[in-house]
Design a protein around this ligand. Structure first.
Ligand code: TRP
Length: 447
């Protein structure tokens, strides 16, 4: 019998939603609906949570965070998530997460965080405005990727379904896990991002990405009448009924596509070509969305009107999640040396050899199907970055050549690899030396 706390065999899928706003159709199509579908797969174990610590980074309105947490939780359940089948919890109910955040903070290079997109975007904006680079940047924003890393590593997640804008954060979580493991032994699992290719970015009322920050959203749960009214406000071009319409670049068409079957979509495409009027197209879109959402409304309302019920569900979920978090944090505390003074540890010697932090090669495959590698220093700074190789073997050969011939191989491989930003060739040579010394050490230890 598998119970829901038996996590050994199943692939663990984990994702969170930041609790700063009212869930809209973009959240539904991009996060809520796919996670509900994934939770029905018995080969996976789902961890779905309300990222309310993350909310504090962007929002200083307590009532809004509270309301958003209720709305997102109720939406998830109304959309079909079964809290008895998955781990469903609120981040701030798991005190082990901030503790792990600190452990990870101490193994994460500041330089790695300097390169995070969200932080860099704020700095660039300040530059453009002639302000101090860190004006209005909280340390919370800077630390965002570490908190997210703790969310993921706390539950040893294998797969993390996220939007493209979050891929970098998952890579950083991998870096944090490998640094930690490197220093203290194999405790953490390296996660992988999962990008749903089929989940298109949903456009909003004005045609830009549907997002709270553009104020162009359609709430997931509004009355039928309100939904209809909002849909009538989607931008279209000025073509009259009878004129042929383009599906390309039509926000209305893209939203329809996110809800309709392939056949329904083809029918609408034909109607566009035949000159369907915008009013009729909006009516069709309204009916299609309402058909999917209407059956969920009653349960959503019921939960929104009984917040204590949602509290109870979340607390129960947190208790279940902590059955995993508590033993892991205990193990990690011990590993880093936060332990009873009387306890003696016999793994110390191996930890010590592991502590000589060395650079490492990382191989990976990109969307373009090509194989890449990079050489990173122990703090995660990229020293070398390759271009794409057509096979993993070719990439491996290039790595082997670098390891053998050190910087001598550089000119030869010059067309395939480049130095990281601001990196000097001598640094690469030193890193490769360190790596070779470490290999020799290991071989000696084994022999
Ligand atoms: N940062 C994510 C977002 O804004 C939310 C999030 C927080 C998350 N922690 C996570 C997603 C862990 C996946 C895994 O979309």
């Amino acid at each position: 019998m598998t119970t829901d706390t038996n996590t050994t065999a199943r692939t663990r899928v984990l994702t969170g939603i930041t609790t700063t706003g009212t869930p809209h159709l973009g959240n539904y199509v991009g996060a809520i609906r796919p996670t509900v579908q994934a939770s029905l797969n018995p080969a996976t174990q789902g961890f779905y949570f309300l990222a309310d610590y993350h909310a504090l980074i962007k929002c200083d309105e307590p009532a809004r965070i509270q309301r958003s947490t209720l709305e997102i939780a109720a939406s998830w359940i109304a959309a079909g998530l079964d809290p008895d089948k998955v781990m469903f919890y609120r981040q701030s109910d798991i005190p082990e997460i901030p503790e792990l955040t600190w452990f990870l903070t101490c193994v994460t290079g500041k330089g790695l965080l300097n390169r995070a997109h969200a932080y860099k975007a704020s700095v660039d904006k300040n530059h453009a405005a002639g302000n101090d680079p860190d004006a209005d940047v909280s340390a919370g924003l800077f630390m965002y990727p570490v908190l997210m890393g703790a969310d993921i590593l706390m539950f040893k997640a294998h797969k993390v379904p996220v939007g493209r804008d979050q891929i970098q954060h998952i890579e950083m979580a991998r870096d944090m896990a490998s640094s930690f493991n490197h220093l203290y032994g194999e405790h953490l699992v390296l996660p992988e991002a999962v990008i749903e290719e089929s989940v298109a970015l949903l456009p909003g009322l004005d045609g830009r990405k549907m997002s709270k920050s553009y104020d162009n959203t359609i709430p997931l749960f509004s009355s039928s009448a309100q939904l209809k009214k909002l849909i009538s406000g989607i931008v279209t071009d000025s073509r009259a009924p009878g004129e042929r319409k383009d599906t390309e670049g039509s926000a209305l068409f893209q939203i329809y596509q996110a809800f309709a079957s392939a056949q329904e979509t083809a029918t609408l495409a034909k109607a566009y070509a035949d000159g369907m009027g915008w009013g009729d197209a909006k009516q069709i879109l309204f009916e299609r969305i309402d058909r999917e959402i209407a059956p969920m409304r009653a349960q959503y309302e019921e939960l929104i009107n009984n917040p204590a019920k949602v509290d109870a569900i979340l607390l129960k979920g947190a208790a279940k999640a902590r059955e995993l978090a508590t033993p892991l944090i205990k193990e990690l505390r011990h590993a880093v040396g936060l332990r009873a003074l009387a306890s003696s540890d016999h793994t110390e010697a191996s930890t010590k050899t592991a502590r000589a932090a060395v650079p490492s090669f990382k191989q990976y495959r990109e969307k373009d199907g090509q194989f890449y590698f990079k050489l990173a220093d122990p703090q995660g700074r990229v020293l070398l970055q390759s271009l794409g190789f057509s096979s993993p073997k070719d990439a491996g050969l290039a790595i082997a050549q670098l390891q053998q011939d050190n910087a001598k191989a550089m000119p030869e491989l010059g067309s395939q690899i480049g130095l990281g930003e601001g990196v000097k060739l001598t640094e690469v040579a030193a890193a490769l030396d360190a790596l070779r010394a470490e290999l020799a050490e290991k071989t000696k230890a084994k022999g």
